[in-house]
Design a protein around this ligand. Sequence first.
Ligand code: NAP
Length: 282
Amino acid sequence: MAVIIDGKQVAQKTREQLKKDVEQLKKEGIIPKLTVIMVGDNPASKVYVKQKSKACNDVGVEYEEYFLDTNTTQEELLALIDKLNNDKSVNGILLQSPLPAHLDISEAFRRIDYRKDVDGFHPMNVGKLVLGQDTFISCTPFGIMRLFEEYKIDLCGKNVVIIGRSNIVGKPLVQCCLNNNATVTICHSKTKDVKEAAKNADVVVAAIGKAKFVKADMIKEGAIVIDVGINRLDTGKLVGDVDFDAVLQKASYITPVPGGVGPMTVAMLMNNVVKAAKQQNK
Ligand code: NAP
């Protein structure tokens, strides 16, 4: 039976370390600050924003939010980003997605000063990740890498199969794994045979958004299984993209949902804010 990777505990440990870093920064007169911009009235976004504000509070990071009206124009959004880019007290800027359909999110992400892009979505930071340079890494893949580190899972030479190619999870995770000397395959909705690819993998990462997509017959004995998915069943229960109970019997390590990758995402956001504050005050 697999070891269940405890994301909650690793996230807590990460936050404890960050608290110490923040205390030290405060002694030097530096108060790390995150500003979150949300446009419109998306209930899921509100939940995520609340989690981020709580995490800031916990770690000692100053938190500020702008809730903009659904009818906000692109020009108004860009003007706010410009204002925050120029505000020396703001170290990190996070634009909560999704945006209302009339707004151009790519342009807005590009407008954020890449040195304050704590989500790691700016093309400059994505490019630096591809080149293997120090950068802000998208928080979910970064959290997964932190879990590998904590559980002493060395990716060197391992076959990693990532299912899902989104810009925020699958694609940056490819680079993270590659930078750690893994051999990486990425699958998506047009992949001919996902099962065949996954069955040969030492590590399978599921980031699809389909409940229980990864079944026990899709993985090899002793595989490491990372479940990024968050799906709510009709019963209200939260489940991942992996058929947890069955895969647990066959894998060597597995992340649960909830309590696996999820808590790491917010912890790594805090990590990026503290890093931004340090870099901007060097
Ligand atoms: P996304 O943007 O919707 O991307 C889903 C990916 O899955 C796409 O690349 C899609 O392929 C692929 N896919 C869909 N059906 C497939 C199939 N039948 N076979 C193979 N690939 C398939 O999703 P996301 O933002 O990456 O999120 C994925 C999941 O992770 C969601 O449940 C989300 O809620 C969760 N999530 C969790 C966290 C966390 O902190 N734990 C953070 C982010 C996301 P195409 O590209 O071909 O369409």
